[in-house]
Design a protein around this ligand. Sequence first.
Ligand SMILES: Nc1ncnc2c1ncn2[C@@H]1O[C@H](COP(=O)(O)OP(=O)(O)OP(=O)(O)O)[C@@H](O)[C@H]1O
Length: 250
Amino acid sequence: MIEVRDLQVRYAGRLVAGVPELDVGAGECVAIVGESGSGKSTTLLSLLGLTENADISGHVRVCGVDVLTASPRRLREIRGARAALVMQSPQSALSPATRLGVLMRRALRLHGVGSGKDGRLDEIMAESVAAVMLDRAILRRYPHEISGGQAQRFAIALAIALGAEVILADEPTSALDVTVQAEVVGVLRRLREERDLALLLVSHDLALVSTIADRVLVMKDGEVVESGPAARVLTEPSHPYTRELLEALP
Ligand SMILES: Nc1ncnc2c1ncn2[C@@H]1O[C@H](COP(=O)(O)OP(=O)(O)OP(=O)(O)O)[C@@H](O)[C@H]1O
């Protein structure tokens, strides 16, 4: 689903993200961890061709599309629909005067989901909301009427309704309190298993990562300093920086 080789992202000549190798298959979860400014978000955004003004080299394939050479049209086809980005505070990205149901319906129509005469649109919306354990009544609410955890789950529901095969999540739970974080992670974990989603997660929260990721990439100052199975990296880190991150855990 995601295949990265020798990715280098530079701003004004400075290397801000260098990733030699990153693969995420269907049903897998890979996490990128590291301190603020280490290049995690830049890596994630570059996978959808969303790093404006950056010089990018290497090979990036997402859902079969060669991202670095694809036309804007081809990129628009995978963005949102096949590969969805879930950000830290999705509420701010939602139009404030539009009910969530209207917003979801528009997004689905835009991508041609549930179109035709079979009237599947309502069914798809109801199914996706149920899949993230939200009450259907949420579709009648406005963005300011829902909590951060609900907004996060709605963003995931939207991705599912659109038929996403890949979810790229940037600090999906860091704005939430601990109980709600666990709920959102639980939803992601279940969906990954039930729907074979490929999940790439950016987080500075190693405790969270240990509960969901199969593999971990540790980034520092724009470079991957360590990578491997989560169980190994998080228990027997080989790089001093990873040890530092682990020691900083409460
Ligand atoms: N559009 C841009 N133009 C110039 N520099 C940028 C741009 N976007 C990011 N950077 C720089 O790239 C580096 C990596 O930033 P990035 O946001 O990827 O880090 P991060 O690890 O995700 O940090 P955080 O956890 O704080 O989001 C930073 O030094 C940042 O200032």
